[in-house]
Design a protein around this ligand. Structure first.
Ligand SMILES: NC(=O)c1ccc[n+]([C@@H]2O[C@H](COP(=O)([O-])OP(=O)(O)OC[C@H]3O[C@@H](n4cnc5c(N)ncnc54)[C@H](O)[C@@H]3O)[C@@H](O)[C@H]2O)c1
Ligand SMILES: [Fe+2]
Length: 292
């Protein structure tokens, strides 16, 4: 009988209205200067302000960094890490899809390390992560990557992708509020939903699957299967958005603890080289890999 190593984030709030827990959680860290990492589209539609307004009204010093692009290249990570080191922040909040959250957790940890982000990449890096870094709160606005509960930060390189991984990249607090996903357009809802479904299916068939990850994966598959089409067809369907948020969160916990497989391995070059959104790369490859 084998032993499974199971790792969860330390504190998660999940459900409609979960964002109300942000202010009390921020107060726990008594931060002097907060950095919010997000993408420009979310600031434009006022979603970021829903997160930051209560903090600003309480008197916190909040800086918003919006220089995030989808499927972020290594250079975007290098720029943000330099900015974070210079800014003397003591709490990082990542708000967005996987792209913003991956960069936020990377910046929180590498803010207290030396060298370049490239030095810490899994495949080609030469340095090890040794310190926990700044506290971080992650708030997903897509139902897809599960990045809020994984220790992974994905970066696009010239022809593929690579990752920085360490348990220090795990969020101190994850806040998964489906209200924040209502504005996701249908195409992004579909792509990110397929990403979440692929996490759950690949975790379930993984050689490293365990009874814990199987439970998480199966419940994720149930929720996503009943609600992905509904969320794409009608973004204001509250129950569908709730199911998708729960589904992507559970799928994130499942694949983080069991691993992913062929679809993700083949999706990396498509995302890195051709900048195809991660969920769409998974979608085109899924049936071929599953068939094989
Ligand atoms: N860390 C992990 O465990 C993990 C797992 C899977 C994928 N990833 C990575 O995550 C990235 C992809 O993340 P993603 O699929 O969430 O997409 P994304 O973060 O790139 O966002 C996609 C688009 O959706 C928009 N968007 C996000 N939330 C919105 C909202 N609420 N309303 C309107 N528009 C919204 C963004 O502005 C962007 O244009 C890739 O780099 C991928 O490799 C990471
Ligand atoms: Fe994925």
């Amino acid at each position: 009988m084998s032993v499974s190593r199971i790792v969860f984030t330390s504190l998660n709030y999940v459900g409609w209205g979960a964002l109300d827990n942000l202010l009390p959680e921020v107060e726990r860290f008594s931060p002097k200067k907060i950095l919010v990492v997000t993408d420009p589209a979310l600031e434009k539609i006022g979603l970021v302000q829903r997160v930051t307004n209560p903090l600003v009204e309480r008197g916190y010093d909040v800086e918003i960094y919006t220089d995030v692009v989808p499927e972020p290249p290594l250079e975007t990570g290098e720029k943000l890490v330099s900015f974070t080191r210079e800014g003397k922040f003591d709490l990082i909040i990542g708000v967005g899809g996987g792209s913003a959250m991956d960069l936020a957790k990377l910046a929180a940890v590498l803010a207290v390390h030396e060298g370049k982000v490239g030095d810490y990449l899994n495949l080609t890096g030469t340095r090890n992560i040794e310190k926990k870094g700044l506290p971080k709160i992650l708030i997903p606005t897509t139902s897809g990557t599960g990045s809020e509960v994984t220790n992974i930060s994905v970066l696009s390189l010239d022809t593929t992708k690579d990752v920085v991984t360490h348990d220090y990249l795990l969020a101190d607090v994850a806040i998964v509020d489906p209200q924040l996903t209502v504005s996701v357009p249908p195409r992004v809802t579909a792509a990110t939903g397929i990403d979440a479904l692929t996490h759950a299916v690949e975790a379930y068939v993984s050689v490293n699957a365990s009874p814990t990850s199987d439970g998480l994966a199966l419940q994720a598959i149930r929720l996503i299967a009943r609600s992905l089409r509904k969320a794409v067809e009608n973004g204001t369907d509250k129950q569908a958005r709730i199911d998708m948020s729960n589904g992507s969160y559970l799928a994130g916990l499942a694949f983080f603890n069991a691993g992913v497989a062929g679809v993700h391995a083949l999706a990396y070059p498509l995302g890195g080289q051709f900048h195809i959104p991660h969920g769409e790369s998974n979608a085109v490859l899924r049936s071929y890999v599953m068939g094989y």
